[in-house]
Design a protein around this ligand. Structure first.
Ligand code: F6P
Length: 327
């Protein structure tokens, strides 16, 4: 074991994601079993700056694996983006005698971690936790599977009313700049189309979506719209449809933050548990400033800088499957 790491800090940051608690539990217990002390940092980087720190025992993470959200709370912290903010955060780490930091979150969380690691001598391990699934170097992120199932269930319900009234439904799905959640939820729910930022012009996607050619015989349609694929989201798409296709009277459903809630799926609990253990193993192996991810079902260690900088693209076969199956 790395002799210098006696105490680790753990925090969750950015948008919460189902399974974060399972990751906190795994990190805590894997650290304790390896004779490390665990200090939980509340409210992400804000709590690190403000010194909101509490030592965790194994019991502190009992009964949380099934809970959505994060018991550590989360926040988006502008102050941490400044060198002054990171200095205060480092002072907390020193005061609390934290030798290594584990951060659970997405792109923004890792960017903050990278900056802190570049300025101060502190090993940091990132665990990918976001419903957006937009981190390079890992096939999936904690929370994505649960959110996918949530969106799918919502679309299934909308399909019932959509079919009854023979309507076009435009369903707005989260994802920040990425279309993974939208595309795969569209496949899973049998939607007619998905409008995502990664693919061709929105006007073209829309044309394909609203009942040309083969689709004309359908009496109802569901189109999933990624929140930032078009300015104004699904509401803006509805306006365009009303203007150019008066035969439709579309209804809009913005799923919003309910996509981030709920008890994590078995899959998310399992990857969160594996990644939490892998994060501690990485520290034991003297690794630093990396993200632990999953590649082809196996644990992978990826430099934090790469996870942030490289862009993960959607799979072409998934995109094609949606087009093929929505005739
Ligand atoms: O990154 C997770 C996410 O839910 C995105 O999908 C979404 O764009 C964003 O967070 C919403 O952030 P907030 O909760 O701060 O409104």
């Amino acid at each position: 074991m790395s002799y210098s790491i006696k105490t680790i800090g753990v925090l969750t940051s950015g948008g919460d994601a189902p399974g974060m608690n399972a990751a906190v539990r795994a990190v805590t217990r894997a650290a304790i079993i390896n004779n490390m002390r665990v200090k939980a940092i509340f409210r992400g980087y804000k709590g690190l700056i403000d010194g909101e720190v509490q030592e965790f025992t194994s019991q502190d993470v009992s009964g949380i694996i099934q809970r959505g959200g994060t018991i550590l709370k989360s926040a988006r912290c502008a102050e941490f983006m400044t060198p002054e903010g990171r200095k205060k955060a480092y002072e907390t780490l020193q005061r609390e005698q934290i030798d290594a930091l584990i951060v659970i979150g997405g792109d923004g969380t890792f960017t903050g971690a990278r900056d802190l690691a570049q300025e101060y001598n502190i090993p940091i391990i990132g665990i990918p936790g976001t419903i957006d699934n937009d981190l390079w170097g890992t096939d999936c992120t904690i929370g994505y599977d649960t959110a996918l199932n949530t969106v799918m269930e919502c679309v299934d319900k909308l399909r019932d009313t959509g079919t009854s009234h023979e309507r076009l439904f435009l369903v707005e799905v989260m994802g920040r700049d990425a279309g993974f959640l939208t595309l795969n939820a569209a496949i899973a729910a049998g939607a007619e189309a998905a409008i995502i930022p990664e693919r061709e012009a929105v006007a073209e996607q829309l044309k394909a979506a609203v009942g040309q050619g083969q689709r004309k015989h359908k009496n109802s349609s569901i189109v999933l719209v990624q929140e930032h694929a078009v300015e104004g989201g699904a509401m803006a798409v509805a306006k365009v449809v009303e203007e150019h296709h008066p035969e439709y009277s579309p209804r809009v459903s913005i799923l919003g933050h309910l996509q981030r809630g709920g008890s994590p799926s078995a899959y998310d609990r399992i990857i969160a548990s594996r990644l939490g253990c892998a994060a501690i193993q990485a520290l034991l192996d003297d690794q630093r400033n990396i993200m632990v991810g999953i590649q082809n079902g196996e644990i992978a260690y990826v430099p934090l800088v790469k996870a942030i900088k490289q862009k993960k693209d959607i799979k072409q076969d998934e995109w094609e499957a949606l087009q093929t199956l929505s005739i």
